[in-house]
Design a protein around this ligand. Structure first.
Ligand code: SF4
Length: 349
């Protein structure tokens, strides 16, 4: 586990990371991307880290891939590419830099390493897991294959490399319906998210059977929450991620992956919107959509929130936190991830 006192002592020896209003002023161009959601005093704290990371990543020939659930200072301040799991996986297979820093959770870093085995992939905190990835092992995939002989296994990218290696193809929330529909079988096994599987089943002509995993952020929402919110805030557009239970999705005005949600809000520009997903999503798009008032509860992913500017700077400085995937596992997992990327490109997703 990363020892924060060691991290701080190493960084303070090398960098001037004291809050600086002067530096914050000099970096107004970056701050302008998040000034609706980050206060000036907080920006004065973040600015020295943002500058140090942006200088160091050039020296290391590194690129930072930031997930949509990162906090705004990471998402807007240091990420070179941002997006959902599918967009980041595709980007990991294309980038030319020697080092990838994954500003996201561990399965995403493994996916990057699987797709770019020759690159160094750095994880700012190895404890940044995912309740979905932790809900199933390779043995679970074997169990499902015994239970449903001949049915293809479509695994969400929120899985370990071993689970991906045991699957036929991966999917993300942005392509799950199309991937399942493209399988050459009436019955399709989906792992590990029971709610994504049920939501896909509602849009697919396949018999979708699934593993009982769930996301600890999205499973918290209930249809009653949405009904009450609508009653108290008439006119608010409710937009749900498909990791939410199906009865929550049914109450929403729209459901989509994080990139689907961003596109929907950009296209529709509702006066008021409540995003039924991880809290940072709304913060990250607030500045580019000043006409939309984002309202509602803030459910944070404790895993995503383990990633901080301080830890990103530390791994870039020390080159610790390198993610490795055993070659035999990586070869099989790559086939499943690549099959998803190829099919997504073929379907124009
Ligand atoms: S938000 Fe849910 S699915 Fe995403 S990393 Fe956190 S626990 Fe996993």
């Amino acid at each position: 586990m990363l020892d924060l006192s060691t991290v701080r002592s190493v960084l303070s020896d090398e960098y001037d990371l004291a809050p600086s209003a002067t530096l914050a002023n000099e970096m107004q161009d970056i701050y302008a991307r998040m000034d609706r959601v980050v206060s000036p005093p907080d920006w004065a704290i973040y600015a020295p880290y943002v500058r140090a990371i942006n200088v160091l990543k050039k020296q290391r020939n590194a690129v930072i891939l930031g997930h949509n659930y990162m906090t705004p200072e990471i998402f807007h301040g240091v990420s070179d590419f941002v997006g959902d799991s599918l967009q980041l996986a595709m980007k990991a297979s294309e980038v030319e830099e020697d080092v990838i820093v994954q500003a996201g959770v561990h399965f995403m870093a493994e996916t990057s390493k699987i797709l770019s085995p020759q690159k160094i992939v750095l994880m700012p905190d190895m404890q940044a897991g995912c309740s979905l990835a932790e809900s199933i092992t390779a043995e679970g995939i074997d169990e499902m294959r015994v239970k449903y002989p001949g049915a293809p296994v479509v695994s969400y990218v929120n899985t370990t490399a071993e689970v991906k290696a045991g699957s036929d193809i991966c999917c993300t929330s942005s392509n799950a319906v199309q991937i399942v529909n493209a399988m050459d079988s009436d019955t399709v096994i989906m792992t590990p998210d029971q709610y994504l599987a049920q939501n896909v089943a509602n849009e697919s002509h396949k018999n979708v059977v699934y593993w009982p995993g769930s996301c600890i952020v999205h499973e918290q929402y209930t249809p009653q929450d949405l009904r009450e919110f609508r009653e108290w805030n008439p006119g608010t557009r409710l937009i749900a991620h498909p990791e939410c239970p199906p009865d929550v999705v049914a109450e929403a005005d729209f459901s989509g992956s994080t990139s689907g949600i961003i596109k929907y809000v950009h296209d529709e520009k509702p006066e008021r919107a409540m995003l039924i997903t991880e809290c940072s999503m709304a913060s990250n798009i607030a500045d580019e959509l000043p006409e939309v008032d984002f309202v509602g509860p803030c459910n944070m992913c404790p895993y995503m929130k383990k990633i901080t500017l301080e830890k990103i700077l530390f791994v870039l400085h020390t080159m610790e936190g390198q993610v490795e995937v055993a070659e035999d596992v990586a070869v099989k997992a790559r086939k499943s991830v690549q099959a998803m990327i190829d099919l997504s490109r073929k379907l124009g997703l």
